[in-house]
Design a protein around this ligand. Sequence first.
Ligand SMILES: [Mg+2]
Ligand SMILES: [Zn+2]
Length: 190
Amino acid sequence: MRAFADKKDKGRKPALFLDRDGVLIRDREGFYLKKLEEVRVYPTAVEGLKKISGLGYRLIVLTNQSAIARGYISLSESVGINKFIAAYFRKRGVKISGIYFCPHLPDSGCSCRKPSTGLVKEALKDFRTDLKRSFMAGDKQSDMKLAAAAGLNSVFVLTGQARKQMKKYNIKADFRIKDLRGLKRALKNL
Ligand SMILES: [Mg+2]
Ligand SMILES: [Zn+2]
């Protein structure tokens, strides 16, 4: 589902698809964000995204939010939090053009929960995208699998749940970065 998309942002560009929890904002295993007051944006995310602002990437957030189906948070509250996060970045000079989320449970069989590619497809309907030069950055195996399935370059970000994920899975990614401040170098190495 779409939280919002800036339809005025036209033109064909590569996309930087970003996971939200654990990449833009703080996250830990078993934690479900329920309130705006619980949002903690990583300063390194703001800094890292500012550094790439001249490179011509369109920033699009793709996020699994099973908290909605679990009944921890309503759909409109979740959309509100997503818009709040976008506004937070915008005030600091970082433009996020769209946020898409999966509201379903992990075992729902839906086509939008990462690593399924539904959210990428939804975003591609709204934005003309140079897929070959596009990236997916995330802190989980599911983000890297989505990247592989959608034909995107993958960036594994070592914030959020990354270290726990590395213990569980053999993570395959094109690039690994400590936090989003390392994005610029990864993007330039494409
Ligand atoms: Mg995450
Ligand atoms: Zn879904």
